[in-house]
Write a protein that binds this ligand. Sequence first.
Ligand code: BTN
Length: 267
Amino acid sequence: MSQSPLPESDLTPGAVLRRLRTRRLGRAYEFLSACTSTNDVVRGCAAAGAAEGLVIVADSQSAGRGRLGRSWHSPPGQNLYLSLLLRPALPARQVTPLTLLAGAALARTLAEAGATPRLRWPNDLLVPAAGEFRKAAGILSEMATDGEGVRHIVMGVGLNVNSQDLPPELARRATSLCMAFGRAFDRVQLLVDFLAAFEATYDDFLARGPASGLADWRRHADLGRVCRIGQDGTKVEGVATDIDESGALLVRDDAGHVHRMVSGESG
Ligand code: BTN
């Protein structure tokens, strides 16, 4: 397969808005050929009063970031780096499941595109590659609060779509859809399908709560596996059995004790 990227114009507003099926999410849409981090750009727009639904996509990021202070490899012409602005009128303590719901929507999108995604709590999406599951996408949600309420949430999604190689430090645990499935994927189709899937999930969450979105997350999750996870300076080892209604991971250790994990990662 050649190294040539899809045309740079594939994510421009004209191309995306023509195919967008949502009512709110992405109706305000901006494409940047480069930026530091789309999460930073959307946070700035939120501070300036932008409305819920704004989506910023960048072709490349110079300071893309992930959870736990990690950087997000963001070369041009290949992948999807997007951030979405949400303003749910809810107490901050009720919105913790939203990261999982975005993961569930992304997994649904990829399954419909012919990939076979697997979700790993809290924010990783993996696909089969080289006989194991490797990370192809991650979600970084950042919230600003107003007392007990939410001022805004920036939901950032990084999806390795058409990268054909990765830096050595990532190559053993990460992959792209193209590397995993041996063909190029259409970035615009993935973007509009994800926005449609997440809008449906988000509307259902606002109307009825997280139960249906979390059930969807479970359907794609790699629950039942042994994991080690750190929280508050202690490491828990056990089987990841389920998530609860707030999106916390439930881990049963050898002694049968169930630990409720709200942070960390379940590698
Ligand atoms: C993770 O796996 O730790 C989360 C990765 C999130 C990366 C995306 S790319 C678009 C948005 N902008 C960023 O700087 N980060 C998120």
